[in-house]
Design a protein around this ligand. Structure first.
Ligand SMILES: [Zn+2]
Length: 253
């Protein structure tokens, strides 16, 4: 059913959450827009103005690596001040209550961890942009360190001591999906009896696969998203209201 209004949405969602033993949320950009994180992929979003740098170009060209870091630092104003929104805090409350064993996200903003999730319980399908790592040896680097080197070097991105390239810990276009994260996302999806798809258009692979996987496995499916998705017809509850408004009542005080 598509919730006809906010009160119905909240009350139906409350019933489903109370009935559920194991809840697995799957989150996309929509949960972070109230935190000031732009939805890069949306029409008019950053990536429609600035064509994303493909992974093979990052590897092939020093200029592309420098440009990629220049763009990342330009976005830091949004990322550095972003704090968890009502959606993040509601999910953290359910996590704290023991209902959520882990969460799958397409977001790279680290806000689920900041809201109270243990990093080990957040499966990041597209990685994390709040730190960097060496593509060869995996050494972790903090952005402040990269930025200091970048600026001291006149806009040149630093390399790792091993000679490898340092990149934000995100999954770029053209870069392979992390196999371990995919496996963990599948495992979580199969264990839940309530799957909450929140703020994702569910179009981009692999996101599109999980709601049906949960449904086929007998879980109830809830979709909270501004726009309709192609899974609305099979969902047990569809909510088109604002995510913060819908999840706000589930924040534990
Ligand atoms: Zn290295």
């Amino acid at each position: 059913m598509i919730a006809p209004d906010l009160d119905t949405a909240v009350s139906r969602l409350r019933d489903l959450i109370e009935e559920a033993q194991v809840i697995v949320p799957f989150t996309g950009a929509g949960i972070s827009t109230e935190c000031g994180i732009p939805d890069f992929r949306s029409p008019g979003g950053l990536w429609t103005k600035n064509r994303p740098i493909q992974f093979e170009d990052f590897l092939a060209s020093r200029e592309m690596r420098d440009e990629s870091w220049r763009r990342r630092f330009a976005m830091e104003e949004s990322f550095a001040v972003a704090r968890p929104g009502r959606g993040h805090r509601a999910l953290a409350s359910l996590y704290g209550a023991g209902k959520i064993p882990g969460l799958v996200t397409q977001n790279i903003d680290n806000l689920h961890q900041v809201s109270g999730f243990d990093a080990a319980d957040v499966v990041e399908l597209h990685g994390n942009t709040t730190y960097a790592s060496c593509l060869d040896c995996g050494e972790r680097y903090e952005l402040t360190w990269v930025r200091e080197k970048f600026e001291a070097g006149g806009g040149r991105a630093p390399d790792c001591g091993c000679g490898g390239y340092i990149k934000t810990a995100t999954v770029s276009f053209g870069q392979a999906m992390p196999a371990e994260a995919m496996q963990r996302a599948e495992d979580l999806t199969r264990t839940c009896d309530l799957f909450l798809a929140i703020g994702s258009s569910l179009v981009v692979w692999p996101a599109a696969g999980f709601p049906l996987m949960a449904k086929r496995n007998g879980a109830a499916l809830v979709i909270v998203n501004r726009e309709p998705t192609e899974f609305d017809e099979v969902a047990d509850l569809v909510v088109h209201n604002d995510i913060g408004d819908v999840l706000g009542p589930f924040i534990a005080h």
